[in-house]
Design a protein around this ligand. Structure first.
Ligand code: SAM
Length: 287
């Protein structure tokens, strides 16, 4: 927290490699602990509700998390023809799991989060994100997703959502060929993987391009990156990448998306369609 030339106290996340930073005005630090895996902090902000920070990096605020959680979930679940068995790797704040469970065809959803403390702290400070944790279809497991996916029965999953931290520390192994090969094996025919893929502005020619290479080498056939706004993440412009085992990831169940019977704040069929458009600066990825 640093004193600002404006009044009050501010939390700033600095992105040194890009020479930029983002600040939120905070009124109180509500929680701080060092878990086995990371430093977890919760702040009360003046205008963005509560804020979760892991190892100094913004994770979620009450105000803007819907953008990320909805785009990590609904495009993939409306692309798979009938998603019944869904795995979330990471996602400890439980917002992605909540969105998954809005889909009535989902019969089972597993959340495999390496750090139980993230979920316990989220339950305390972000009860809205955790409101579906008691859903009988949900199973919360606290293990390393890299190890967990290796032991899956082949073909048992319809959709895998990798809602991880940046590709460093325990999340580094969630971005490579070996991990993607295990995901491919765990997915049934027509299965889908969707993974948070960082900033299109900062990472198209690094992390996203490398992910494409690793996903293709692992055997995924159709790939597409969907950009969306996310004010608190580096550059404010974020993305998820979908990859499939068989089907074309740009074909989705448009009518079902148009008639969705649950509330969202960003996602709808038109936003899905719009997110499939390829910005000029990302076209080389598809060449
Ligand atoms: N929305 C966030 C973002 O893009 O910055 C991600 C939020 S979510 C809290 C990320 C979670 O991934 C963290 O709680 C972290 O503990 C978890 N994670 C990191 N590596 C993991 C692994 N190998 N297996 C399971 N969970 C992991």
């Amino acid at each position: 927290m640093t004193e600002s030339p404006l009044s009050g106290s501010w939390f700033t996340e600095v992105w040194s490699p890009e020479g930029s930073a983002f600040s939120l005005e905070v009124t109180e630090k509500l929680h701080e602990e060092q878990s086995e895996f990371q430093k977890i902090e919760i702040y009360q902000t003046r205008h963005w509700g509560k804020l979760m920070v892991l190892d100094g990096c913004y994770m979620v605020t009450d105000r803007d998390n819907f953008l990320y959680h909805e785009m990590m979930t609904h495009p993939a679940l409306f692309t798979h023809p009938d998603p019944k068995r869904v795995l979330v790797i990471g996602g400890g704040d439980c917002g992605t799991l909540r969105e998954v469970l809005k889909h009535p065809n989902v019969e089972q959803a597993w959340q495999v989060e390496i750090d139980e403390r993230v979920t316990r702290v989220a339950e305390q400070y972000f009860p809205d994100l955790c409101e579906s944790n008691q859903d009988p279809r949900a199973q919360l497991l606290f293990e390393d997703g890299i190890a967990w996916i290796k032991n899956c029965t082949p073909g048992e999953l319809d959709v895998i959502i990798v809602d991880s931290t940046d590709p460093v520390g325990p999340a580094a192994g969630l971005f490579n060929r070996e991990f993607f090969s295990h995901c491919l094996r765990a997915l049934g025919e027509g299965g889908l993987l969707v993974q948070q893929s960082e900033s299109p502005l900062f990472h198209t020619d690094s992390i996203i391009r490398e992910m494409y290479g690793e996903l293709k080498a692992a055997g995924f056939t159709s790939l597409h990156t969907l950009p969306f706004p996310q004010p608190i993440y580096p550059s404010g412009w974020w993305s998820c990448t979908m990859a499939s085992k068989g089907l074309t990831v740009t074909d989705y169940r448009k009518e079902a998306a148009q008639q969705k019977a649950f509330v969202t704040h960003y996602y709808n069929a038109d936003m899905h369609q719009a997110a499939l458009a390829v910005p000029e600066c990302m076209k080389p990825l598809y060449a």
